[in-house]
Design a protein around this ligand. Structure first.
Ligand code: SF4
Ligand code: SF4
Ligand code: SF4
Length: 411
């Protein structure tokens, strides 16, 4: 069977993951890195990865008119993904379904290769399981007294939401990357229900019933606004958009954002996010450089604020950087066997390909059963206002840890 994989904009992690299709000799796979210069021909199965903009429509429709089957692979193509956070600043990251209403969607950041295989093979989809059903933590649904942006790692049994730490597991499907296994709450890259962000916002708001919520009447006299400067929900969780709509802004039903753009989509998607979310975002969208980018962001902050890092943490980080180099070579050579082996090794240290285990000061969960976790575990860190710069990376945060500006240049 002929399968052509097209990489559009942004991160190429899903594109790279599709190398695994080559392990299956039934498929004749071709990789197209530059869809705009693709020479038209008939296709059995077209797989589109990366995020889309309005000016990609023409190319998407060309592919559509030549393909028997079109698959959107990964959250970027399905719902806009993490790049669509820039739509808050007026960008138009657009889900594939807007251009073509006959696409098969494989949601997820990272998109899962087994799900891609299953739709290529036209297998009957399994009924999705709820992520919470597979989580070892248990919810009590007690009202919260406080919202937390970072937690100590001691409690491994209580649901993150009950600890005051937002987890979108309630509205998400079972996944392979399973951030929750690495003390990282789910941010909802695989929706269980439509408009999952709005539903999760409602659920978390309910848990916050003990916390004062300010209301304000509208011009018409009704009370129609929950948030103002005194509102505890937005004060405790300053980035509602990035927390509840990280992958789904264009399909969330929220109106288009009106914050002025800096002119750069990448910078716009980062601004407004929280410092503790930075490694989680670079781990997602950094493509084949996600490890080095994430570590650079983290180490810049650690160095400037004298956050101590253990020797064991340094060793694990060095190992990850070497693995990234090997991974880049495997991708360059389209070597699927090597790709598989190396990504498995990365997962052992970083938790998953979202790098959920990597954080400021150390790692969030134990890497090896024989290790002494105390040697390299992370701790709650202080938010320090300032501008942080290290070569190709520069970012500024305010006193609440909200990112004001990010600049990432090649390197
Ligand atoms: S950001 Fe996520 S969904 Fe988008 S290409 Fe990268 S891994 Fe895939
Ligand atoms: S909401 Fe998150 S932490 Fe809580 S049970 Fe579900 S997946 Fe686990
Ligand atoms: S746990 Fe992570 S990979 Fe799984 S659905 Fe949530 S955000 Fe996505």
């Amino acid at each position: 069977m002929d399968v052509k994989i097209f990489q559009f904009n942004g991160c190429n992690k899903c594109f790279n993951e599709s190398l695994l299709l080559k392990l299956n000799s039934e498929y004749n796979v071709e990789y197209i890195k530059d869809p705009k210069n693709w020479k038209e021909e008939k296709i059995e199965t077209a797989v589109l990865t990366g995020y889309l903009l309005p000016n990609d429509k023409e190319q998407v429709l060309k592919i559509r008119s030549n393909a028997k089957k079109v698959i959107a692979y990964g959250s970027c193509t399905v719902t806009g993904g993490v790049f669509a956070l820039a739509n808050q600043h007026g960008h138009e990251v657009t889900p594939l379904r807007t251009f073509d209403n006959d696409v098969i969607e494989v949601e997820g950041c990272l998109g899962e290769i087994d799900e891609l295989l299953s739709v290529i093979n036209e297998e009957v989809p399994k009924k999705p399981k709820k992520l919470c059903d597979l989580c070892t933590r248990r919810a009590t649904c007690d009202y919260l007294d406080e919202v937390h942006r970072q937690i100590e790692l001691e409690d491994e049994e209580t649901c993150f939401n009950d600890l005051g730490f937002l987890c979108n597991g309630f509205v998400s499907r079972e996944c392979k990357e399973r951030c929750i296994n690495y003390n990282t709450p789910c941010r909802g890259c695989k929706e269980l229900v439509e408009r999952s962000g709005i539903r999760m916002l409602g659920m978390f708001g309910t848990l916050m019933g003990n916390i004062e919520v300010a209301t304000e009447h509208s011009e018409k006299g009704a009370t129609d606004k929950l948030a103002d400067e005194e509102d505890d929900v937005t004060r405790s969780l300053p980035d509602i958009l990035g927390n509840f709509f990280r992958f789904t802004l264009p399909t969330s039903g929220l109106p288009k954002g009106r914050i002025p753009s800096s002119g750069s989509l990448l910078e716009d998607l980062f601004s407004g996010r929280l410092i503790e979310e930075l490694p989680l975002i670079t781990g997602l969208l950094g493509g084949e450089k996600s490890i080095s980018l994430t570590l650079k962001i983290i180490e810049t902050y650690e160095k400037a604020n004298q956050i101590e890092v253990s020797e064991q943490t340094k060793r694990y980080r060095e190992e990850l950087l070497k693995l990234e180099e090997r991974l880049q070579k495997a991708i360059e050579n389209e070597d699927a066997t090597q790709y598989k082996e190396i990504t498995e090794e990365i997962r052992q240290i970083a938790g998953n390909m979202n790098l959920s285990n990597i954080f400021f000061g150390g790692f969030k969960s134990q890497i090896d059963d024989n290790d002494n976790f105390d040697d390299y575990k992370t701790h709650i860190f202080e938010v320090v206002e300032g501008t942080y710069k290290n070569g190709s990376v520069e970012y500024s945060i305010d006193s609440e840890g909200v990112i004001k500006e990010v600049k990432i240049t090649e390197g």
